[in-house]
Design a protein around this ligand. Structure first.
Ligand code: NCD
Ligand code: ZN
Length: 350
């Protein structure tokens, strides 16, 4: 059957391998949108202050579970924010106790709430060696922060200057290159498969830098890493839809209130939790690869993390265009939902 003839698709319940849930009122407002479709998510630790220790991750996990509406099932997979002071023994204990699934490396200053990130990569070497020993993956925000490096080149330069050297020094470390945005990153993952995977966001499969900048600035398309040229978007679609098990979904759904986005210096982040599955089905269908959506959203991630795939399934149904609200209201303020810019015909059956 051709993809356009397909009108129903049942897949294992997907997981989100890179998600921002925030805290407090924002957490309460956004969590149901993820839990509606996703079984598990790797929850980013860039709160203020960040989630650094095992004890902080355990407390944050409790706040997430307390915010989950009755009757919904969802498992947060917690991540520790790597600092130059992180204690390898605390990381190992949190992993052994099932509190922390991975550790996140933010180069200091790379993105929202990354001021406590790493400046001197040699200082975190003992933590990385411990993680390699216990088989705990490192999630990496792959951008250099040097002001002399053009923002559109920061991912490619990071691969040469930081990622490749780290992987050479600690070859047994399992690494996830998060939210890859370039052909360079896709090629790097394909050429260096040992212990390496990559997440791809929903929005980077849909927008290129023209969407942000041409015909007026669109703050709701501004995220980090910033979307690149069309040739890079095409490379991401090719990687995501290929079925290649090294590429899996990490939405990087990153809610900020509209007032925080719509100002002279607006926050980075696209909020895609409500409509991600509709967007992805449209992208995979257009590529003629609907049959690989399950690999990307539901199978490749668990495989990399050494976890079982979800037992439950979801069914996507194609029909008249589905409408999502332009924004959701939370007690922290309104949050605009990602606009794919084209009609979405697939919805998750309730
Ligand atoms: C994220 C956020 O807002 O926390 N923003 C984003 O643009 N993706 C941070 C991040 O993952 O870089
Ligand atoms: Zn993120």
């Amino acid at each position: 059957m051709t993809d356009t003839a397909l009108t129903r698709l049942t897949i294992r319940r997907p997981d989100d391998w890179h998600l921002h849930l925030r805290d407090g009122a924002m957490l309460e407002g956004v969590l149901p949108h993820t839990a509606a479709h996703f079984g598990r998510a790797i929850v980013m630790p860039n709160l203020v202050p960040p989630v650094v220790t095992g004890a902080q991750a355990a407390a944050y996990r409790e706040r997430i579970m307390a915010a989950l509406p009755e009757g919904m099932s969802f498992q947060p997979l917690m991540v520790l924010y790597l600092t130059e002071e992180t204690d390898p023994e605390d990381v190992a204990a949190a992993h052994a106790a099932g509190i922390a699934t991975s550790v996140k490396l933010y180069p200091a200053g790379a993105t929202t709430n990354s001021a406590s990130g790493v400046r001197d990569f040699d200082k975190v070497r003992p933590v990385l060696e411990k993680m390699a020993e216990i088989g705990m993956p490192l999630c990496v925000h792959g951008e250099v922060t040097d002001s002399d490096i053009d923002i559109f080149d920061r991912e490619a330069v990071f691969i040469d200057r930081v990622l490749h050297p780290i992987r050479k020094k600690v070859p047994d470390l399992r690494v996830v290159m998060e939210h890859v945005t370039t052909q360079d990153a896709v090629d790097y993952v394909r050429d260096h498969h040992k212990n390496l995977g990559a997440t791809i966001t929903t929005h980077h499969l849909i927008i290129n830098r023209n969407h942000i900048l041409a015909g007026g600035i669109k703050p709701h398309y501004y995220c980090l890493p910033v979307a690149k040229r069309e040739q890079h978007r095409i490379a991401l679609v090719e990687a995501a839809t290929s079925g290649d098990e090294r590429f899996f979904l990490g939405t990087d759904s990153a809610p900020h209130t509209d007032p925080a986005k719509l100002q002279a210096c607006g926050c980075a982040g696209c909020f895609t939790a409500p409509n991600t599955m509709s967007c992805l089905a449209e992208v995979f269908e257009a590529a003629g690869k609907l049959k690989n959506l399950e690999a990307f959203a539901s199978k490749n991630g668990p495989k990399f993390y050494g976890l079982p795939v979800n037992e439950e399934t979801i069914t996507l149904v194609k029909g008249e265009p589905v409408s999502y609200p332009d924004r959701i209201e939370t007690d922290a303020g309104p949050v605009t939902v990602f606009d794919a810019g084209f009609p979405l015909h697939w919805r998750v059956e309730a």
